[in-house]
Design a protein around this ligand. Structure first.
Ligand code: GLA
Length: 394
């Protein structure tokens, strides 16, 4: 039995009938442009080929029943369409519940109950956006089974609202956007201020993108994430006393250097400097990639990590060990942390025929320094969230 056949069997066992529809939403990595989304800057993420599956069937009741093969101990979570409030004990199921609540609040006719079974391939808490993946797979599922007239971009925005207001994590739009709008073989350059975006082919054919998981969960870091956001807001306020800007993303490096003294606090200057230089690096990296200047692309990726380590201070010994060990290996274009930081994953761009020795060497260096193993995966860049009922052929 393949993975989806197993999901279908579990669906039947759990709900007494077979699922009629199958949906998928990927995880994501960010190539460059970190902690720039909520600062109105640019990001350059891509969707992965692994992610979250959801099998579903409408019912004639008003009851929603959710089950995840990843959290069998939590059991089946049941609630009514008429009581869609956040409940701590509903744990992971608050993500889909939030999507149902927000789609209904936006006027979409989610008109009956349903049974949904989830199966996620994304390691939890690894910073590859398993939560945004659950939000978006639920979004396309509700659109699909209730035939809702809603654009993918609206689902992306609703996913972010769920994360910010229903779950209470103050994240930017990058994760939901990458997962909703991803395209196979392409990165997405997104201007997080205007939401203008374009796809750029990732033409690094002789290289693998290696994902390196610190196996240190990044969950506990949410408070630090919010702290960085407030630090950037505080720096922006000071700059606004002289400059007519709405976000740090509007500043070029030159203008920032000329006005940084306005901020008047060395920590806040470092935070803002990261936001400004990272935004510039992201645009430079895209250009380098388009001009096939791969060494330059890799160097910008390394600089991104250094700025996140020294100015933004969101890396920590685990991510630093992975990035720094990667830089020392032959055949490596560049390496950096990806996502929010404080744990989670880093990425490295490594020549295909050097990948095995790379993984051995970095794995060894990590184990020696940190005391436990890192995990390595090869990333393939896939499509965004969608219905896959036909391909699944269940
Ligand atoms: C997390 C957030 C994103 C983004 C990144 C950092 O993944 O969910 O919105 O801020 O951190 O770039």
């Amino acid at each position: 039995m393949n993975c989806l056949e197993q999901c279908q069997a579990a669906f039947l066992a759990q709900f007494g009938q077979k699922a009629e529809h199958v949906f998928f939403a990927p995880g994501r990595i960010n190539l460059i442009g970190e902690h720039t989304d909520y600062n109105g800057g640019h990001v350059f993420p891509c969707a992965l080929t692994f992610g979250t599956y959801a099998l579903a069937r409408k019912t004639s009741t008003r009851e929603v029943r959710l089950y995840s093969l990843n959290f069998p101990d939590t059991g089946c979570i049941t609630f009514s369409l008429d009581s869609l409030t956040y409940q701590k004990e509903h744990d992971w199921a608050n993500y889909p519940k939030g999507m149902i609540a927000y789609l209904r609040a936006a006027g979409y006719d989610v008109s009956s109950g349903m049974d949904i079974l989830y199966y996620g391939e994304i390691p939890n808490g690894a910073g590859l956006s398993s939560s945004a993946s659950i939000e978006l797979v639920t979004g396309v599922l509700l659109k699909g089974i209730f035939k809702l007239p809603i654009e993918q971009l609206e689902l992306v925005k609703l996913g972010k609202q769920v994360e910010n207001n229903f779950i209470g994590v103050n994240s930017g739009i990058m994760d939901q956007f990458a997962i909703g709008m991803g395209k196979a073989g392409h990165g997405i350059l997104l201007d997080c201020d205007t939401l203008k975006y374009s796809y750029a082919p990732i033409t690094i054919d002789n290289y693998n993108i290696v994902i390196m998981n610190t196996n240190k969960r990044r969950e506990l870091a949410d408070s630090k994430y919010n702290e960085r956001r407030s630090e950037c807001e505080a720096a922006l306020k000071k700059l606004q006393t002289m400059l007519k800007i709405k976000s740090l993303g509007e500043l070029d490096e030159q203008t920032f250097l000329q006005h940084q003294a306005l901020i008047g606090d060395s920590i806040l200057i470092k935070r803002a400097r990261h936001a400004v230089t990272e935004n510039a690096r992201t645009l430079k990296a895209l250009k380098a990639l388009q001009q096939d200047k791969l060494q330059e692309f890799g160097e910008l990726i390394n600089q991104s990590h250094i700025s996140l380590r020294d100015d933004y201070e969101v890396t920590g010994i685990e991510l630093d060990t992975l990035a720094e060990a990667s830089w020392q290996q032959s055949g490596v274009l560049g390496a950096r942390m990806t996502g929010a930081g404080f744990g989670g994953c880093a990425i490295a761009i490594v020549e295909k025929d050097q990948t095995d020795s790379f993984i051995l060497a970095v794995g060894k260096a990590y184990k020696e320094k940190i005391g436990y193993e890192a995990t390595f995966y090869l990333a393939s860049i896939g499509e965004g969230a969608r219905e896959i009922t036909k391909e699944a052929n269940l």
